[in-house]
Design a protein around this ligand. Structure first.
Ligand SMILES: CC(C)(COP(=O)(O)OP(=O)(O)OC[C@H]1O[C@@H](n2cnc3c(N)ncnc32)[C@H](O)[C@@H]1OP(=O)(O)O)[C@@H](O)C(=O)NCCC(=O)NCCS
Length: 191
């Protein structure tokens, strides 16, 4: 399993969830844009948020599946979003990142900043060999986040994922350790 961890970026702290995150988690997960792209319970209740913040997020780390962080503003400590790793393959050293940003925090590049930090921790400190990210072909904001964080677009996984609206195609992105050393000379691409 991943060790319990807190990460710091220029503006953000990525830390384990706790009970203070419950109301903002409920509001963010019930938000229409979050519900559009993530297959979360619908309706998303305070009970769902309580269970996630105090139990499920921690149990997933302990199970070895991944690790889940609350993204908070380092100055105000307000919840800004979440980022996490899931479907971790410990033999291949591959894991998949996922995120949402709270409605009140969108439009400030928070997901890319958090993704970058988590990627450096995973491929650096944790010595993983590959980070994956999947975004629906129509989820342009998430694809921009992936590129801004330095991931590389690999292609389209047809009919691969399920959201509330039904089955979708997803774009697969990745980051590998060589990218971190090579990118100073070759900045991230564009859509
Ligand atoms: C995807 C998400 C996390 C991005 O949040 P964020 O970090 O605040 O991202 P920003 O609003 O700064 O947008 C990132 C980029 O996408 C662009 N963008 C945002 N919404 C867009 C839209 N509807 N269409 C096209 N571009 C869009 C922004 O202009 C920005 O572009 P730039 O880097 O060129 O400036 C957020 O929209 C969200 O929580 N969505 C719902 C959950 C979700 O989709 N999770 C990901 C599942 S794969």
């Amino acid at each position: 399993m991943f060790p319990e961890t807190t990460l710091h970026t220029e503006r953000l702290t990525l830390r384990p969830f706790n009970s203070t995150d419950i109301p903002d988690t409920q509001a963010s997960c019930a938000d229409p844009l979050t519900q559009r792209w993530l297959p979360l319970p619908q309706p998303y209740t305070l009970d769902h948020a309580t269970s996630w913040c105090t139990s499920v997020a921690h149990a997933l780390r302990e199970s070895g599946d991944g690790i889940h962080f609350a993204i908070v503003d380092s100055d105000t400590e307000r919840l800004m979003g979440t980022i996490g790793l899931k479907k971790t393959n410990w033999q291949a050293l591959v894991s998949e990142v996922g995120y949402w940003v709270a409605p009140w925090a969108r439009g400030r590049g928070i997901a890319a900043e958090a993704t970058r930090s988590l990627a450096q921790w995973l491929l650096g400190d944790q010595k993983f060999q590959r980070l994956e990210l999947r975004a629906a072909t129509e989820n342009i904001a998430s694809q921009k986040v992936a590129l801004k964080a330095g991931l590389h677009r690999e292609g389209v996984l047809r009919n691969s994922d399920v959201i509330h609206a039904g089955r979708i195609d997803a774009v697969l992105f990745s980051l590998v350790p060589d990218d971190l050393t090579a990118e100073a000379a070759a900045p991230a691409g564009h859509l």
